[in-house]
Design a protein around this ligand. Sequence first.
Ligand SMILES: CC(C)(COP(=O)(O)OP(=O)(O)OC[C@H]1O[C@@H](n2cnc3c(N)ncnc32)[C@H](O)[C@@H]1OP(=O)(O)O)[C@@H](O)C(=O)NCCC(=O)NCCS
Length: 168
Amino acid sequence: MLNKLFGRSQTKTDTNSSPDKKNCQIRPMTLDDIPTIVAIEEASFPNPWSQASFVSELRDNYLARYYCLEVEGKIIGYMGLWIIMGEAHITNIAIWPGYRGQGWGEYLLKNVMQQMSSVGVLRITLEVRVSNTPAQNLYRKLGFKPAGIRKRYYTDNQEDAIIMWASL
Ligand SMILES: CC(C)(COP(=O)(O)OP(=O)(O)OC[C@H]1O[C@@H](n2cnc3c(N)ncnc32)[C@H](O)[C@@H]1OP(=O)(O)O)[C@@H](O)C(=O)NCCC(=O)NCCS
């Protein structure tokens, strides 16, 4: 992700990858959502984006698209992208810890990739920590392939980022 710091090891506890989609929706993020989004951010990343960062993204960055995943009226995940010249660059994606390993991350990313494709985006990219195996597995499952390394990309521990790309 963009200047994002990852590295918590995560243990997969639930292999149910077909979430009940009856009471869920993916919708554009609004300013009112930001406190919840920041709570998920803080539960997910050692160097979380601030409230001000999300406000700036939603208000000022015309390249940015941010989406919330709601289940039974509760936001359980989100992701964001920048769309630049027919390419989407994922800035962040996270699922509430208690909802991980149940297929929600895959559901969110797959749906947003379909949405990007439907508006003419041709390729999608991201950076991921070399230690973030759960995220790498998710991305590979959805067709992302490693395309290079950004050396010492993460400033907290100088960890390298893997650059991944997928065609849409
Ligand atoms: C990465 C993240 C978004 C995945 O969301 P999730 O809802 O837990 O993932 P899903 O349940 O949809 O799993 C989809 C696939 O991801 C991979 N995966 C998910 N959790 C995994 C784990 N703990 N270990 C290994 N692979 C895992 C698997 O390939 C899985 O497919 P499978 O069920 O067929 O094996 C979530 O773990 C998260 O929020 N992590 C913290 C934030 C983060 O690291 N974001 C990514 C930054 S690059």
